[in-house]
Structure formats: structure tokens, C-alpha cells
Ligand binder design. Structure first.
Ligand code: SAM
Length: 667
């Protein structure tokens, strides 16, 4: 009963309300039981309009997108349809309800087998499933009246055009591997193809002879695919090459880093990583590099993996602006040690002193947060800003954001309540708030440009976080991608706010700043700020990964648990870390983009394990919890190594200073 109601709601809210009117499509969407195509534990989300994870690291399509594709492909009862990317078989079932015959191809045998059995069991007897490369089509059954491709390719595969009937329609997402445009190609004659753009979409990549190349890693297989033919790498040779190419770091504060600064050259964006969220050496070395970039290369901002409003408090401090009264304490939420530590304190004092000696305000170095876990403090800051500049708008903001108040202590619970239909989601309101704020930009900027920028970014954070907490329940790539896209967009806004030549240094974990397309993340459909920066800025960015073998780290055993100083286990023998350890150089910088010896890059190109420790460290399940496959020289331009490291030094703060947030929307 609940399912029938949820299905009805989905039809009304997400299919009909968004302009799908073809009665055949509506009927098909209403009759196919999506829960049957999902892993049982995700059944309750079957009628929320989202792509969801299925086997082999793939996704079941979002219902609206299935309806849209059927609609745009103008599928009719007498049609023969070819679908590329069977996945769960859900979309094929929808098409089979409308058309005479459906042929569907899936590259993963595991998925094809499950979908074939499932479709037969559910009575979709006009569907034939094949395992293979769909970019080559299915010539035995061509021509097709409609071809629908459920994965994004670089271009329209020639074979599919050839197999389209005259008058037939082909709908396919094309463009960069992480963001595409949906296009419809109509074959008007033997040689005349008409292409129309249907808008932006996001699909997993179409991998095949006439699509993208095989990914470096494929979750459905256990072995890395890159250079599979290559002979076994020779660890001792690689370690020797590392020791020959490495530039040793003798002491963090006084090592010569001229080579690195030279290699960074005129890049406007430098991304500095870390292999854990709690290693002193990583903070100190990033500080050293940052100081040199500010002094010698005119960098004007530091942007970190922290919440915007918290970093904004610090920004006022380092730029010598008077503090604003507020009722919350920055960096008082888990994991407090990540930014509230002695190493960061040293950086902030240095930045403050540097800025004090810098007269021109536009040259003072800013400190910003790229993250968006601050739904409530950001909402609070928007309301407080409007109180200062536009009290009438502040009243509207209180009303709009006020709906989120009951979820203040547990925003994730808000996402769940909105998803399961226990409450109406607040998307419209938080987006409208941002839109209204931006519409009055000229008036507000007249008060103070920096203040407006801060408030507008807080409104963006609220909008982004509201969405994030709704999509995180699906556990797929979407929530990760949403967060990294937000961080990338924020970086671009900071760059443009700080002026046309602004240069910014970014501090985030390796998993964000390393290019995700060179790691197993790409097979899960995840991208990150490193990959987005590389695509957008090319050689105008430089990213530096950091690694360690053993020592201690500040981390918690569980999310929200207390910080502990934990021992880091020596790295596994099949990891990049072990190669670095075996070089016997205790600390070094290693140029990977264009190393002094090509052989080094070649040898390192064989994929290996790499370790990522976050705010949680679980040494007992280290392999499953912390190692992932990567191609190091494709991931980073440079790698900084500290064989033995120590935990970062947290700064104490009085717990009583952390009062609960004053009702943020109170007048
Ligand atoms: N429509 C499917 C559903 O409703 O479950 C979901 C499709 S999923 C978004 C895309 C699928 O395309 C994945 O299962 C992926 O393995 C598959 N795929 C990617 N490239 C392919 C290719 N060249 N040939 C066949 N399938 C491909």
C-alpha cells in the first residue's frame, strides 16, 4: 500500500510535474515496480527520484531520466528499441511496456545475467538482454526505431548511427566523463542526421570501442586493468629510482624547496594534500610551501577543507578585521583537531603578521573554507547579515530557514525525513533565499563587498547542504560528487572575488585533491576537486600528494568519537608507500609530472595500493577501510614523503565555551 502511494507521489511530483505528458510513458512508469530492480535494502527508496547503487559499482537510472529518455526518443507501440546499458533492467522494462521489442546490451556479465533472469521472472517477455559492448550496437536486429543510451560517451558512436532506422531517434548523453549533455539525433535520410540538445545530465561513463577507454580500475573486477600486460613491477628497482630522483627534505622549516616552487611556476591554483587528517608533518610542510607561495609567487588566499562560516571567523582575524559577535564557536564540532591545532595556529599568526605588513587590502591573504557541513551556522550567518543590511529580507530568511530548525542537531535526519515523505523538503525555500540575495547584489555590495560575498556563500552552503543531506541516504557517488563540486565551485568564486590574477592554495585530503580519474573512485562514478581543477585549469594548477609509512596520527576509532593518538601501521608491501619507505630517504619531494628520469614515471604507472586515513582510523581492518587502488603519477604532479610522522597537536578549548547555538532564527 505504502509502495503504491509512493509510486503515485513519484508520478505526480517528479514525472508529471516535470513535464512528461506522453500517456504511454506515464502508464509504463506507473506500472513497472522499481523496487524489484533494486537490492532489497534500498527498496524503501525505490520511488524517490534518484539514481541508486546496484551491483558492479553501477547505478539504476533515476525514474525521471528514464521517463525523459523514453519521451524524447518518442517510443511508440510498434517500435523496435535498442537500449545500451541494461544495468538493473529497470529502464528496459519501462521501454518494453511501450514498445513491441526491446534489445538491451550490458557490458558487465554479472548485471546482464541478473537483469535477464529478473525481466523474465517479472514477465517482460519482449526484452532480450545481451552482454557485450553496446557502442557497437546489435547489427543482427537493426535497424532500430529508437536507440537509448544510458551511459555518457565522448561522442555519438558511429555504429549506433548506422543502425538507426530512417525516421529513428537516438537519445544519448555526450560530453566530459562526469557531466554531459543529453542529445537527440534523428535520422532524416540515409545520410542526414539532425542533432538537438536536450539539457545537462550526469551519467556513468559509456565504456567501449566507440566510447571512453577502459577505466584504470573497475570495481566489478578485482584486478587493475591499466597495463595489465606489463611485467611485474620490480619494487627494489623502483625504490632505487625514487631515491635517485627524490629531493630530500632535511628539515621542514629550512629545507630548500626552490625546485618545487620552480615547478609550480605561474600556476594560479596549487592543491596540497594529506594522507591523514591528523599528521603534524603534513600541516607543517604545507605551511612552509604556502608561506613560500605567498612570499615568492604572490598567492592571495588559502582555502581549506573546512566549513565556510568557521573559516570566515579566522579570515577576519588574519586580515585584521574586528571580530563579529556570534553565539557559536568555530571548529567546535567533530573533528575539532583538524583545524583547531597548534600547527594551524602558527600559520594563522604568521598570516596575520604578514597581512599587517601588507597595506593594500586586496593583497592581504584570505583564509576560506570550501566545505558545506554548516547548514545551521550558515543559515544563522545569512539571517544575521540581513539583520544588518536589510531587516525586511531578514524576516523572510527567518521564515524560510526556520523550517529546518527542528533538525538542527541532526541534519542527516532532516534528509531522511524529507526523503521518506515525512516532511516537505525545503529545497525551494533555500534556493529562493539564495536567488533573492543574489538579486540584490548591487544594493548589498554597496554596504561592503566582502560581507556580501560571505553572506552569499553562506546561502550557497545552505542550499548545497540541504541537497547533500537528502542525497547522502543513497550512499552512491552523488553525495560525494555534490560535495566536491561545491568545493570546486567555491574555489572558483573565491578566485574571481579576489581579483583577476588571484592565486589560491588549497589544503585538502589527498582523496579530494588527487585526480580521482587515476584512482578506483572513477569506477564508482566519483570525481573530486582535483579532477575538476585539472580539467578546468590544466597546467595552470599543480597538485601535491603527501604520504607516510608509520608513526602516530590523531584520529578517532568511530565517527564522532574522541580523538586519540594512534599508531600508524607500517605500509603494506604492495603499496606505493612501501616503495617510498624502501627508498630509505626519510623525507623527500618527488616530481611526478615530468620527473628527471622517465623510467620512474613508467615504473610508478603500474597501479598499486595507496593508503588514505581520514578522521577515523581502523588499523584492524586497514586493507578494507583505508587502502584503494591508484596510479600515483596520474593522480599527483608531485609527492611529498615523510617516512615517520607524528600526530598533529590539538589545541584545547573550554567545552563550556561551546554553548548550543542560540535559536538561529529568533528575532
Ligand atoms: N538503465 C539502467 C537501469 O535502469 O538500471 C541503468 C544504466 S546505468 C546508468 C549505465 C549502465 O551502462 C551500466 O550498467 C554500465 O555498466 C553500462 N555500460 C557502460 N558502457 C557500456 C557499453 N559500452 N555497453 C554496454 N553497457 C555499458
Amino acid at each position: 500500500m505504502a509502495t503504491a502511494m509512493q509510486r503515485q507521489l513519484m508520478m505526480e511530483r517528479h514525472i508529471q510535474a516535470r513535464g512528461i505528458t506522453d500517456p504511454r510513458v506515464l502508464e509504463a512508469m506507473e506500472s513497472v515496480p522499481r523496487e524489484e530492480f533494486l537490492p532489497p535494502e534500498l527498496g524503501e527508496f525505490a520511488y524517490s527520484d534518484q539514481a541508486l547503487p546496484i551491483e558492479a559499482g553501477q547505478t539504476i537510472s533515476q525514474p525521471y531520466i528514464v521517463a525523459l529518455m523514453a519521451d524524447e526518443a518518442q517510443v511508440k507501440p510498434e517500435d523496435t528499441v535498442l537500449e545500451i546499458g541494461t544495468g538493473s533492467g529497470y529502464a528496459a522494462a519501462v521501454f518494453a511496456k511501450i514498445a513491441a521489442r526491446v534489445f538491451t546490451i550490458e557490458r558487465h556479465a554479472e548485471l546482464a545475467d541478473v537483469a535477464r533472469e529478473r525481466l523474465a521472472r517479472l514477465g517482460y517477455h519482449n526484452v532480450e538482454v545481451r552482454c557485450g559492448d553496446g557502442t557497437l550496437g546489435w547489427s543482427e536486429h537493426a535497424p532500430f526505431d529508437a536507440i537509448i543510451v544510458a551511459a555518457g560517451g565522448p561522442d555519438v558512436p558511429r555504429a549506433l548511427l548506422d543502425q538507426l532506422a530512417i525516421g529513428g531517434r537516438l537519445v544519448i548523453p555526450i560530453g566530459a566523463s562526469h557531466a554531459q549533455d543529453l542529445v537527440r539525433v534523428t535520422r532524416r535520410s540515409e545520410t542526414d542526421f539532425h542533432q538537438e540538445d536536450l539539457g545537462a545530465v550526469r551519467f556513468v561513463p559509456l565504456i567501449g570501442e566507440q566510447g571512453w577507454g577502459e577505466p584504470a580500475f573497475d570495481n566489478a573486477r578485482t584486478k587493475p586493468l591499466v597495463r595489465a600486460e606489463k611485467r611485474e613491477s620490480r619494487p627494489s628497482l623502483i625504490s632505487r629510482l625514487i631515491s635517485e630522483c627524490a629531493e630530500p627534505i632535511t628539515g621542514i622549516e629550512d629545507a630548500s624547496i626552490d625546485g618545487l616552487i620552480e615547478r609550480i611556476g605561474d600556476a594560479h591554483v596549487v592543491l596540497l594534500g594529506e594522507a591523514t587528517h591528523g599528521t603534524s608533518e603534513f600541516y607543517r610542510m604545507r605551511m612552509r610551501i604556502t608561506q613560500e607561495l605567498i612570499r615568492r609567487r604572490g598567492f592571495r588566499g588559502v582555502a581549506v577543507e573546512a566549513d565556510w562560516p568557521d573559516a570566515s571567523v579566522i579570515d577576519r582575524y588574519v586580515r585584521g578585521k574586528p571580530p563579529r559577535t556570534r553565539t557559536w564557536v568555530p571548529f567546535s564540532r567533530f573533528p575539532t583537531w583538524m583545524w583547531r591545532n597548534r600547527e594551524i595556529d602558527t600559520l594563522l599568526e604568521w598570516m596575520r603578521a604578514h597581512n599587517a605588513e601588507t597595506e593594500a587590502p586586496e593583497k592581504k591573504v584570505s583564509f576560506s573554507g570550501l566545505d558545506f557541513y554548516s547548514l545551521f551556522t550558515s543559515a544563522y550567518e545569512v539571517v544575521r547579515y540581513l539583520d544588518r543590511v536589510d531587516p525586511t529580507a531578514a524576516t523572510a530568511a527567518r521564515e524560510r530557514y526556520g523550517q529546518l530548525t527542528p533538525w538542527q542537531d541532526d541534519p542527516a535526519a532532516y534528509g531522511r525525513a524529507a526523503l521518506v515523505g515525512k516532511m516537505k523538503d525545503c529545497e525551494e525555500d533555500v534556493v529562493a533565499m539564495l536567488r533573492d540575495l543574489l538579486a540584490k547584489r548591487i544594493d548589498y555590495v554597496a554596504h561592503d563587498g566582502d560581507e556580501f560575498f560571505d553572506a552569499a556563500q553562506n546561502a550557497r552552503v545552505v542550499a548545497g547542504a540541504e541537497r547533500y543531506y537528502r542525497v547522502m541516504y543513497y550512499g552512491g557517488a552523488d553525495s560525494w560528487n555534490l560535495r566536491d563540486q561545491h568545493m570546486f565551485d567555491t574555489l572558483k568564486l573565491i578566485l574571481s572575488h579576489r581579483g583577476p590574477d588571484a592565486k589560491i592554495v588549497v589544503w585538502e585530503h589527498n582523496s579530494h585533491i588527487g585526480d580521482a580519474s587515476a584512482t578506483e573512485m572513477s569506477a564508482r562514478g566519483e570525481h573530486n576537486i582535483g579532477q575538476l581543477c585539472r580539467a578546468a585549469f590544466r597546467d595552470d594548477m599543480y597538485n601535491v600528494g603527501f604520504g607516510t609509512d608509520h608513526g602516530t596520527v590523531a584520529a578517532a576509532h568511530d565517527w564522532d568519537g574522541p580523538m586519540e593518538r594512534m599508531s600508524v601501521r607500517p605500509a603494506r608491501s604492495d603499496s606505493y608507500e612501501r616503495l617510498c619507505h624502501d627508498s630509505e630517504v626519510p623525507a623527500f619531494m618527488l616530481h611526478l609530472r615530468n620527473p628527471s628520469r622517465d623510467e620512474l614515471r613508467d615504473e610508478l604507472f603500474s597501479p598499486r595500493l595507496e593508503r588514505a586515513i581520514g578522521v577515523v582510523y581502523r588499523p584492524d581492518t586497514e586493507l578494507q577501510s583505508h587502502y584503494f587502488q591508484a596510479v600515483l603519477p596520474a593522480q599527483f604532479d608531485e609527492y611529498v614523503w615523510f617516512d615517520e610522522t607524528e600526530a598533529v597537536n590539538p589545541l584545547p578549548f573550554a567545552a563550556e565555551a561551546v554553548r548550543p547555538l542560540e535559536h538561529p532564527f529568533a528575532a
